[in-house]
Design a protein around this ligand. Structure first.
Ligand code: ADP
Ligand code: MG
Length: 593
């Protein structure tokens, strides 16, 4: 036998394992969820590749997951017939943290430092493969990629900073493809090797895995066996039943072991929405996206006719952790299936505009080819139609939140995703009608909570034609601007645009319900109360003063004019009708440094 090679873990992995073994004990049973989810991912990957490389399935083995237990020795064996790993992948995947769940976990741990909530985190995020060390002190992974003719064995122990890799040489242990994980349970955790316990956990955690999961169970059936009669009994029998003389039988239970299908494999999106509860949708969301918070809203629908697809969409309750990069989202938020085969979670950009990249969900199409690629998606008429419908459904879902009796829900939504919708106003003219009612702003008449444009319009004066706004860097400075004076005097409301992107968004919208957005800091603001006589008089009286001031200031100002918009302040600096507002100028300046 070639000797096993000993390899050190990447530093983070050691730290993570140490944490797992020594402090994160609250919810150990999640190890099974993590391992099943890896098995399911591996099966998904193989099924996807086999669409273009059918020879990968040539061994004829079904795509499934099998869990066998040995309760006397405290061993759990989990086998999948998925994509497996070659030698390099074993090193890269099980000796390094580069993967989603685990990396996210360590990050969250760092951020939560000191809050004492470490033990909670494991249930929330999972720590992927390494969670096997929650219950096992030794783990053996024997794996074979269908593209390789060699099978490799990875072996690691709970309190070690290194692992070993060797080639499998025992012919009895060879598998056609996939991965077999053997967990040697810790003394106190041997209970996980009870078949009933595993069955219960699988039912609990793997409701939404779309591959069959079999568990090795003891079964029994009763059969009747003939029994030798002893003479005493026979005599007694004769007394009991004198007319009929038949042979004696008795029932015995015959025990045997066999695989039992333990999960339900029909995907939730294929079910009738009427039969699915909110709890089930939320569970599906949490399991699919590795989330611990419930979504804010969900929408399950089927479209028929021209293009047929099914989908469940979700609005998350918080923006993704870390830097929220709307401009360049890399989200893996939409899982695309074709005829129930998982294709990719990399096509978000083809199915949603980037400003809606926060929407999560699954989309299952019957009309796309199984070997669909990004290029095909980008060209496809079917995808264009799907995209349109998906976007519409997303808007309906958001509108639903905004109409919820619980005002908090939408406030939460707005806090997390308001920026995205404003970006939508800039990037998606076609949907202005759907976007505008969802916007929220502070205003001169409501400084503590934000109002909608509908609320603004409802509160307009009978003869008011426009929607007034002032852009500023905060509610406080907006409130104190002299531009407001006349409006306040006439009890007119003005929106306070205090987020840098607000002003551009509003300028892109141009109008709402046929009312134009008007910047009250621009020159010739018309509040509908022009008095031409009086203006003429004023011009005559103060014209020379204006000229004099303009002379003194020279190029510093474009012009000096008599204003009708002030009531207490003597003068105000305004921007030209076609120029940038002061706020925009400030923003541009900030960007150019
Ligand atoms: P994540 O699943 O978030 O990527 P894990 O720690 O659970 O992180 O797994 C790390 C990587 O190990 C996976 O991304 C995958 O490449 C590989 N892996 C784990 N389990 C299996 C398996 N059963 N079959 C094939 N590859 C696997
Ligand atoms: Mg995983």
């Amino acid at each position: 036998d070639p000797p096993a090679e000993k390899i050190e873990y990447q530093a983070e992995v050691s730290r993570l394992m140490d944490l797992i073994v020594n402090s994160l004990y609250s919810n150990k049973e999640v190890f099974l969820r993590e391992l099943i989810s890896n098995a399911s991912d591996a099966l998904d990957k193989l099924r996807f590749l086999s669409v273009t490389e059918p020879e990968l399935l040539k061994d004829g083995v079904d795509l499934d997951i099998r869990i066998q237990t040995d309760k006397d020795n405290g061993i759990v064996i989990l086998t999948d017939s998925g994509i497996g790993m070659n030698r390099q992948e074993l090193i890269d995947c099980l000796g390094t943290i580069a993967q989603s769940g685990t990396a996210k976990f360590l990050k969250a741990l760092k951020e939560s430092k000191g809050s004492g909530s470490d033990s909670n985190l494991i249930g929330q995020f999972g720590v992927g493969f390494y969670s096997s060390f929650l219950v096992a002190d030794r783990v053996v992974v024997s794996t074979k990629s269908p593209k390789s003719d060699k099978q490799y064995v990875w072996e690691g122990e709970a309190n070690s900073s290194s692992y070993t890799i060797r080639e499998e040489t025992d012919p009895q242990k060879l598998i056609p493809r996939g991965t077999r994980l053997t967990l040697y349970l810790k003394r106190d955790d041997k209970g996980f090797a009870h078949p009933e316990r595993i069955e219960k956990l699988v039912k609990n955690y793997s409701q939404f895995v779309s591959f069959p999961i079999y568990t090795w169970q003891e079964k029994g059936y009763t059969k009747e066996v003939e029994v030798e009669e002893d003479p005493a009994d026979a005599k007694k029998d004769e007394e009991d039943d004198k007319t009929e003389k038949k042979k004696k039988t008795k029932k015995v239970v015959e025990k045997y072991w066999d695989w039992e299908l333990t999960n339900e494999t029909q995907p939730i999106w294929l079910r009738n929405p009427k039969d699915v509860t909110t709890e089930e949708y939320n569970e599906f969301y949490k399991k699919t996206f590795n989330e611990y918070l419930e979504p804010l809203a969900s929408s399950h629908f089927t479209t028929e006719g021209e293009v047929e697809f099914r989908s469940i969409l979700y609005v998350p309750s918080i923006a993704p952790m870390g830097k929220d990069d709307i401009a360049n989202p890399k989200t893996k938020n939409i899982r695309l299936y074709v005829k129930r085969v998982f294709i990719s979670d990399d096509f978000d950009g083809e199915l949603f505009p980037r400003y809606l990249s926060f929407i999560r969900g699954v989309v299952d199409s019957n009309d796309l080819p199984l070997n669909v690629s990004r290029e095909i998606l980008q060209e496809s008429r079917i995808v264009r139609i799907m995209r349109k419908r998906l976007v519409r459904k997303a808007f309906d879902m958001i509108l639903g939140i905004s109409m919820s009796e619980n005002r908090d829900d939408y406030e939460k939504f707005w806090e997390n995703f308001g920026k995205h919708l404003k970006l939508g106003c800039i990037e998606d003219r076609e949907n202005h009608k759907r976007l505008a009612p969802l916007l929220r702003f502070f205003s001169s008449q409501s400084e503590d909570y934000m109002i909608s444009l509908d609320e603004y319009v409802e509160n307009m004066k009978p003869d008011q034609k426009d929607i007034y706004y002032i852009a500023s860097d905060s509610v406080t400075s907006a409130k104190n601007t002299p531009f407001l004076e006349r409006l306040l005097e006439k009890d007119l409301e003005a929106l306070f645009l205090v987020d840098p992107i607000d002003e551009v968004a509003v300028q892109n919208l141009k109008s709402y319900k046929e009312k134009n957005f008007v910047d009250i800091s621009k020159e010739d603001l018309d509040l509908g109360d022009k008095n031409e006589e009086k203006e003429k008089e004023m011009k005559q009286e103060f014209g020379q003063t204006c000229d004099w001031i303009k002379n003194r200031l020279g190029d510093k100002v474009a012009s000096v004019q008599i204003s009708n918009r002030l009531s207490t302040s003597p003068c105000v600096l305004v921007s030209g009708r076609f120029g940038w507002s002061a706020n925009m100028e400030r923003l541009m300046k900030a960007q150019s440094v």
